[in-house]
Ligand binder design. Sequence first.
Ligand code: NAP
Length: 288
Amino acid sequence: MKREINGKAKIIGIIGKNTENSLSPLIHNQIILKYSLNFCYLPFKVTENDLSQAIQGIRALSIKGVNVTFPYKEKVIEFLDEVEESARRIGAVNTIVNNKGILTGYNTDVIGFKKSLQEDGKFVIKEKKAVILGAGGAARAVVYALLEEEIEEICIFNRTLEKAKKIKQNLSSFFPKSRIIVFPLEGEDLKDKIEKAHLLVNATSLGMPPRVDNTPLPDEKLFHPNLLVYDLIYHPVRTLFLRQAERAGAKIINGLPMLVYQGIESFYLWTGLKPEGEEVLEIIKRSV
Ligand code: NAP
């Protein structure tokens, strides 16, 4: 493995409010190293006021592309030249590609979630029932991925009901085979819907540091062994939510495979190279 950065090096990276704890630089620089590419992946910490200028900077500095992370996945859209169809429907972009000054937005979280569910969770989505906790940017990608694979029913529970309603309003007409139902997070329906579900996803930020004792599902009795329980959080590796699910006999999966697979898709958009997902995941698991 040889790392060569010379005058022809191409720059890729990530923009977000806080990029210090992002695993994306590790993932992408490991791939760059593995393939001895003349690329470098850098973190760019950007304040909300500077977002427009930062996007202009991608063009000005001929940066090949960037990932976009919290909290700019939605806001960034207004500064782009083009947005790929699924990203436009979802209303969130996590990858920008710079093609000769034309900036196009994509959402690779969709494929990242889908692939992790199918390959790591061995889950067949078609005609299943899912409960999604949360209705932010990540939840939208999750819902879109499930709808694309013709899930039978998705129940979205969110603290702010309006945001769940918006997801339903934006997406249901594109996927008439699936049913989307929305509920407030604190409600009686949660028990009934989890009982009937095959898949339960935490797409809220509850359980992330510093509040690692937090969980979106305070009643641990609601978990059952027929569930695949998925937490989009990857740090900590096993949230309280996942530990409780595991104790109840459910199969569990954390957010690391999704992060790696979405990263690989972004990498492909920038370089045309697609590394083996499992291999990269193993490298990252060893490094984390
Ligand atoms: P977001 O847009 O800010 O959404 C946050 C969600 O959490 C909303 O549904 C919000 O509810 C809910 N929430 C926050 N605090 C809450 C509280 N105290 N009580 C109840 N609900 C609360 O964030 P996001 O981008 O969707 O990210 C959500 C999670 O997914 C984060 O943990 C993030 O790290 C993870 N993620 C993982 C990956 C991956 O590749 N593994 C990719 C993307 C995101 P309201 O709508 O009521 O505010």
